[in-house]
Design a protein around this ligand. Structure first.
Ligand code: ATP
Length: 282
């Protein structure tokens, strides 16, 4: 693995320390994320994903274990410096829009951090170009789709030149097109920069583009694997309360009809290619 950017070492967090009947939201979780990796953290509702996000950005501190970022244990003392290197995008596109126009929104944090005007203008322009929203600089938020708003939120985050981009259910309120826009924006950013991406999601389909998947269950790390390795678990994922991607469900139904496929496909593109080459293009 490349240089470690963030790691959790035997982290346990309980929301109520006094009440011993309450189970820890996170129990003995360890993992490590390297520079420029894309790691997806997936799990059903209540599995501890948001608590992990709060532990990684210092909104919460573990009762046991350590969170290390850029080689240092996260503490109250280094919290602000660490946070300045982490861009965050949250679930609700409307709650994140603070500017009256797209460019005001992207400029907001830069202005608050005292970035000189000329540099600010350049960073806003570059960040919007990176998420393909350069033509919407003067648009008002209510003219944008959910996917476009989230791309503006990503532009706002990357304008601060972070080393980590943390997406906390950033696509869960979007329609399929919005989801696709946001995910391909993140993929493009990964190709062009060495940004480390941590995406937190309950949607297995979203883990497809990640390098690695950490699956949470009942506050514990259930398994850590490549997306392919995770998807090979098939029914086990359903038993853990996760919804299989559309292409996998479709593959199962097609096979049940006696039509052969070379695999249960993870993406619609693979499924269509398989059907085309094996059955139609003869
Ligand atoms: N502020 C809180 N106070 C008390 N318990 C909490 C709090 N936030 C979360 N929990 C509990 O901690 C556990 C993990 O919740 P968490 O929100 O981290 O899971 P999640 O996987 O993000 O779920 P969701 O997708 O529903 O947000 C759950 O049992 C939840 O009820």
């Amino acid at each position: 693995m490349k240089a470690e950017i963030i790691s959790l070492q035997d982290v346990t967090y309980t929301y109520s320390e006094e009440n011993t009947n309450i189970k820890p939201a996170i129990h003995n979780v360890s993992f490590s994320i390297g520079e420029s990796e894309w790691v997806a953290i997936v799990g059903h509702n209540g599995s501890g994903k948001s608590t992990l996000a709060r532990l990684m950005n210092g909104l919460l501190f573990p009762q046991k274990g350590k969170v290390r970022i850029f080689g240092e244990t996260l503490t109250m003392e280094n919290l602000w410096e660490t946070r300045s290197k982490m861009g965050m995008v949250f679930q609700n596109p409307d709650n994140q829009f603070v500017g009256a126009t797209v460019q005001d929104d992207v400029a907001f944090a830069l202005e608050n951090n005292g970035i000189p005007f000329e540099e600010m203008v350049e960073r806003v322009r570059r960040s919007l170009a990176k998420v393909n929203m350069q033509d919407f600089m003067n648009s008002e938020p209510h003219h944008l789709s959910g996917g476009q708003k989230q791309r503006v939120a990503i532009a706002g985050a990357i304008a601060m030149q972070p080393r980590i981009l943390l997406l906390d259910e950033a696509t869960s309120m979007l329609d399929p097109q919005g989801k696709e826009e946001v995910l391909s924006t993140v993929r493009q950013l990964r190709e062009e920069t060495d940004l480390t991406v941590i995406s937190i999601t309950h949607d297995l389909e979203e883990t497809l583009l990640a390098d690695r998947v950490i699956m949470m269950n009942q506050g514990e790390k259930y398994v850590e694997d490549t997306p392919k390795g995770i998807f090979e678990r098939g029914q086990e994922l359903v038993d853990l309360g996760l919804d299989l991607p559309f292409a996998m469900k479709m593959s199962k139904l097609i096979k049940a009809q006696g039509i052969s496929l070379i695999a249960e496909h993870m993406s619609e593109e693979e499924l269509v290619n398989d059907l085309w080459t094996s059955h139609f293009n003869k």
